[in-house]
Design a protein around this ligand. Structure first.
Ligand SMILES: [Zn+2]
Length: 280
């Protein structure tokens, strides 16, 4: 994939709330006005954008220097017991990648699977099969996007740091999407100190090299959690999330790439993190 970064980029998940219209074009303009750097196109219900609109999104984002990522639909489960649901999952991954690429997006976030009470290794192999097939098709079509299995927040969901790093070493075109809030929720309160953040970045560096840290795609927000992990996303300052030390760890590991904010006040918290990071 040809994409490189000269720094960390901060932006909201989806169109900012303060956008005058809930539309991608207006959203990108608003991100630029706010002085943010990037935006995630939230194709979370379905991928509905046509080619003309996608071309407009691409032209505007290039003009304004706002880089884009995509969140693929939630309805993906590469470990479904029903074969037709696995096929539908792959189709959704392909659609998100193709339309995202037409928009100029570089990186696609995917909720890969649920364990469905199966052994993690069995699930891993099914996820690997799905990602292998999808990335081979995208390569043939010259769709240049990173496909990113997300580190998930619920214990029923496939996606630990170790699983996503391993998949990235075994399938070309794949890199992890580390959701630091999910990690905090999944571990029921851990991963909230400088040392623990460094441990995650070190695991990525050991498995995938410094290059992976220089093309990150992260999700960060406050989060509420219980014994089963994630409950809901929160505003950073209304949560226990130690984003200040996360920013410090990202700086110390010379990280670059996308930091997408999924707080309920996404653009405000994206700005808070950007300012905190830049003041270091
Ligand atoms: Zn997600």
């Amino acid at each position: 994939m040809p994409y490189t970064f000269d720094k960390l980029l901060f932006g909201p998940s989806g169109v900012p709330h303060s956008s005058p219209k809930p539309d991608t074009i207006a959203g990108i303009k608003r991100v630029a006005e706010l002085g943010l750097d990037c935006m995630e196109l939230a194709f979370v219900q379905r991928v509905s954008m046509g080619p003309e609109k996608a071309a407009k999104v691409k032209a505007l984002s290039e003009e304004l220097g706002i880089r884009l990522t995509v969140h693929a639909p939630y309805y993906i489960n590469l470990n479904s017991p029903e074969p037709e649901k696995i096929e539908a999952s792959k189709v959704r991954m392909l659609q998100a990648a193709r339309v995202g690429y037409a928009c100029g997006a570089e990186s696609i976030c995917i909720h890969a699977a649920f364990y469905m009470k199966a052994a993690p290794e069995v699930v891993y192999q099914k996820v690997k099969e799905g990602f292998t097939e999808v990335t081979e098709i995208l390569k043939k079509e010259d769709v240049k996007v990173w496909m990113r299995p997300e580190v998930m927040g619920k214990l029923t969901q496939f996606g630990t740091v170790t699983e996503t790093v391993r998949l990235s070493t075994e399938v070309p075109g794949v890199l992890p999407l580390v959701d630091f809030a999910h990690l905090h929720a999944r571990s029921i309160g851990e991963y909230n100190t400088y040392d623990e953040f460094c441990q995650v970045l070190q695991e990525m560096k050991d498995g995938l090299g410094q290059e992976a840290l220089e093309r990150l795609h992260l999700h960060v927000s406050g989060i509420e959690y219980g014994p089963k992990g994630e409950k809901k996303h929160l505003i950073l300052e209304e949560s226990d999330y130690n984003y200040k030390d996360l920013m410090r760890a990202l700086k110390d590991y010379k990280c670059k790439g996308f930091v997408i904010c999924e707080s309920p006040n996404q653009e405000d918290d994206a700005m808070l993190m950007k300012q905190t990071y830049e003041a270091l």
